[in-house]
Design a protein around this ligand. Structure first.
Ligand SMILES: [Zn+2]
Length: 77
């Protein structure tokens, strides 16, 4: 699976990457929703570089655990 195929699994809109806030508005995908203890909901968005990096880590973790690798956002996240 190449980079473009992975990116096509995500829905891209303009936003701020959680790891690169200094970049300002870039093309980002929603990767996680967290519920802070203080209440409310916070959406975590990542830029293309971060999404590809996260998928590479997920692939390595799946292979290390002997599990099948499925790119994209797991159900429920
Ligand atoms: Zn980023």
């Amino acid at each position: 699976m190449d980079r473009q195929q992975i990116l096509e699994l995500y829905h891209w809109t303009s936003g701020t990457c959680f790891r690169h806030p200094g970049q300002g508005e870039v093309s980002t995908a929603h990767v996680k929703t967290i519920r802070p203890a203080a209440g409310g909901i916070q959406d975590i968005r990542a830029c293309t570089e971060c999404v590809v990096g996260m998928e590479e880590q997920r692939k390595a973790a799946a292979e290390g655990a002997g599990l099948p690798y499925r790119p994209g956002i797991p159900p429920g996240e």
